[in-house]
Design a protein around this ligand. Structure first.
Ligand SMILES: [Zn+2]
Length: 333
């Protein structure tokens, strides 16, 4: 964080001394939109069509929770017409930027577009401070409250789960909200923004119904992740009974023996064929549980961020979630 503040100070100094910046509306009145994380970028890109430019700050392949903005990123935030961010831990650094520099344009938070759910610690999940307690039994505490010191100034979002985009129904709502904001900002293209957003939202709603039909056809809705679990909204939407090694945005990678034992027993008791892990994971925990239970592992893409190969091949939130449905059809039961 010190590095980030230093960075902001340097920029403020440079901007202060520099000759007048070039006119912001240099591109024939096209809006300039900046998004922090991939889902925000994807929904904005769908809503704008070719009516505006959308930039993604988080580089492909970077773990979204460990990202720090560059000076160029901070300038991009300051100078864009619409800055879209999540409003959670994944982009907690945004608060620091927004209090230090005055953005020229408007801001939109994804967490303000949908109903929020509280972060949940389910049975067997490693508590957030598990390392400090060396695997004592109270690691298994249910409904562990987030301590006040975790607050990063985002007020109402503290203690709420930020991974709102993981439910395709939420993704549709966020896309529509972005389309509406664009229509307000650029009335000359308002019809196009609304139509684009509605078209993408319709595809997301269709996908939502396909997930629902898939899970409706399953005799059991239990799923075990030997990994972090940023899929609270997805699980809530489709009524899944989930078990996981860690909550959504934790930085821990080594669960206690008790956590591994609990998940292993759950896979055996429910006779699950698959232990799941998420993108950019080393999947060691999932491998370990799968080996102990003679099961397989599979990856569920939570769309926090995409790899370089994925973005180059034109991956979208929709295509990644469609791929998730295909993998579920193959590995879930
Ligand atoms: Zn996260």
């Amino acid at each position: 964080m010190k590095k980030l503040m230093l960075c902001i100070c340097c920029i403020l100094l440079l901007v202060g001394c520099a000759p007048a910046a070039p006119a912001p509306e240099a591109d024939e009145g096209r809006l300039r939109i900046v998004a922090t994380v991939f889902p925000a970028y994807d929904f904005a890109r769908a809503a704008v069509g070719d009516g505006a430019e959308v930039a993604l700050l988080l580089p492909p392949g970077v773990e979204s929770h460990s990202y720090e903005p560059t000076p160029a990123d901070i300038l991009a935030v300051q100078n864009c017409d619409l800055f879209i961010y999540l409003g959670g831990e994944s982009d907690a650094w945004v608060d620091t930027i927004l209090t230090a520099v005055q953005p020229r344009g408007e801001t939109l938070r994804m967490v303000d577009c949908v109903d929020l759910l509280e972060e949940e610690h389910v049975e067997g999940m490693q508590a957030e401070r598990g390392h400090d307690r060396e695997g004592h039994d109270h690691d298994e505490d249910e409904h562990h409250e987030e301590p006040e010191e975790d607050s990063h100034g985002l007020g109402e979002v503290t203690g709420m789960d930020e991974h709102v985009w993981t439910s395709p129904a939420n993704a549709a709502e966020i896309t529509l909200a972005i389309g509406e904001r664009l229509a307000e900002l650029d009335s000359a293209r308002k019809e196009a923004y609304r139509e684009n957003a509605e078209a993408y939202a319709a595809e997301l709603t269709d996908l939502d119904q396909r997930f629902e039909a898939f899970f409706d056809a399953q005799p059991s809705r239990t799923i075990v992740f030997g990994d972090r679990f940023p899929l609270r909204y997805f699980a809530e939407r489709y009524d899944l009974d989930y078990y996981a090694a860690f909550p959504g945005c934790g930085t821990q990678t080594e669960p206690s023996a008790a956590t591994i034992a609990y998940l292993t027993e759950k896979v055996r008791a429910e006779q699950l064929p698959t232990v799941w892990y998420i993108e950019f994971s080393n999947h060691l925990v999932a491998d370990c549980i799968a080996e102990a239970t003679g099961t397989q592992t599979a990856m569920f893409h939570t769309c926090h961020n995409v790899s370089k190969a994925e973005i180059e091949s034109g991956a979208t939130y929709l295509s990644l979630m469609e791929r998730n449905l295909e993998v579920l059809q193959q590995y879930f039961a």
